[in-house]
Write a protein that binds this ligand. Sequence first.
Ligand code: SAH
Length: 250
Amino acid sequence: MEVEVITLFPEMVEQGLSAGVPRIAREAGALRLTTRNPRDYADNRHRTVDDRPFGGGPGMVMQAPPMVASIEAARGIHAEAPVIAMSPQGAPLNQAWLQKLSELPAMILLCGRYEGLDERITPHIDIEISLGDFVLSGGELAAMAIIDGVARLLPGVLGHKDSAKEDSFVEDLLDCPHYTRPASWRGVSVPEVLLSGDHARIRQWRLQQALGATWLKRPDLLGRVTLCDEWEALLADFIEQQQSVRKVQA
Ligand code: SAH
C-alpha cells in the first residue's frame, strides 16, 4: 500500500513510523510511505503557509493554495487515492475504518495545523477522520495512528496470519486475557485450561473471556451485536461466575 502524508512536520511522521510494526511493514515492502510538505508549495520567500482569519478571531488558518497544490501533486502520483483529512469533525476512527482503509491500494492523508484549513480546501477532500472527541494541535498523530493501525492489517506483516483477527473490536468484542511464562508467579497461576493442550476448550474459554471482558468494560459494544445461543450461554455462565466470586468476597 502507498501512503502519502501531507504535513508541515514530515520528520515527525517519518520518525514515528520508523519503529515496530510500521517499520516491519515498510521493510517488507507492504507499506510505502512518502511525505510532502506544503511549505514546498508556498509562493513566498519565508515559506509561509498560514495567515490570519478573515473576520478576525484567534489563531491562524492554513491557506488554500499551498495545501491544494500539495494535494494535486500527490494525486498526480496516486491518481486513485482518496484524500483523507485529519479533523476533529470527521468520522470517529475505529477498527472497521482501519480494515476498510487497509484494503485500498493507496491513500493520501492530510494533516492540519493551527486553527484548521481554509474552507476552500474542502472540495479536494474525500473523507474526514477523527481520532476522537477532543482537539489536538495537529493532524500528524491521527495520521500516524491510522498508518500504524493499517500497517498491522496488511498481508504478511504480522508474524501469525491470524494475529489481527483475534484482536479487540474485530467481532465487536474486546480481546481475551493473555498469559505467558512463568506459569505461576507471586502465587498466581495461569488458568488451568490454557495449559491443557485441549484446543477446543481453549478456544471456548477465550471466547467466553472475550464476551465477559466486553460485558464488564464495554457493554455498549454488546448492545450492537446479536449473540447466537452459544455465545449467550457462555456469557450467562461468565456473569454467574462473577456473581458467585462477589458473594464469596462479600
Ligand atoms: N479549529 C478546529 C481544530 C483545529 S486543530 C476545530 O475546532 O474543529 C488543528 C488540526 O489538528 C486539525 O486541522 C486537524 O488536522 C488536527 N486535529 C485536531 N484534533 C483532531 C482529532 N480529534 N482527530 C484528528 N485530527 C485532529
